[in-house]
Design a protein around this ligand. Sequence first.
Ligand SMILES: O=c1[nH]c(=O)c2[nH]c(=O)[nH]c2[nH]1
Length: 307
Amino acid sequence: MPTILGQNQYGKAENRVVKITRDGDTHHIKDLNVSVALSGEMDDVHYSGSNAHVLPTDTTKNTVFAFAKEHGIESAEQFGIHLARHFVTSQEPIKTARIRIEEYAWERIATSDANSRFIGSDEVKHSFVRKNQEIRTAQITFDGEKWQVVSGLKDLTVMNSTNSEFWGYVKDKYTTLKEAYDRILATDVSARWRYNWTSDEQRMPNWEKSYEQARKHMLHAFAETYSLSLQQTLYQMGSRIINNRSEIDEIRFSLPNNHHFLVDLEPFGLKNDNEVYFAADRPYGLIEGTVLRDGVEPQIPVDMTNL
Ligand SMILES: O=c1[nH]c(=O)c2[nH]c(=O)[nH]c2[nH]1
């Protein structure tokens, strides 16, 4: 045969499942985008078209919705673990399941405003505004023995309006950038972190707490680092998480440097004393890197933070 089949996987991508949990008249929302990718003994379907090993992608979609009802959605990670375990243990030919999840967060609309027409009503218990700050991500992979859980977030937009400098860099004949001793540092954080939990189902991390803590540590490190480069800030954010969270061994960041250029106001006879900036959307610097616990092998793919 002149050709052979290489890596392959299949499943239903982007199942948008919204689960409302009713606790009396107080409701809770979980809003997920779930992508299923299965792989295993799938040579025949590719070579001859025999579907004998193929669980339809349509079934994987139905399973996502049925599991939301049967198991509930405690956390993105826990939900992904249920799904991955189900596909690998219920279907002989399926050897590995990878579940990718994006979670969109919602928060209750606060109605403490004295003028609110909702005061005294039940509205606050079932009215939500989508938190547009960040999207939470989770990827769960199970091969029948070992688990790999990589959680993360994207589009977490942050800015320091001072405490950032950039100078002392290489200058060649094309360099025009002026050294900055007080600049804006802004980025949209995309991060993926890997848990060292791989097998003992009795000792799973607390996924919700771990996410909140990882997010908190990266934000605190961003705010507290007096930055000489975004690269330095990246390392501080990662090492703060590794040092404070023993369940996390590796974290990878993709950080666009959202440039803010001082606007020349001289033509209008005005002095710009680091007050008025042009926020450029492109091109942007792109600073990416992994921070690891010492002695640990990296496993998060280089491109994963761009998903
Ligand atoms: O924090 C930065 N890192 C760079 O590598 C870089 N390069 C550049 O032009 N501006 C910046 N800023």
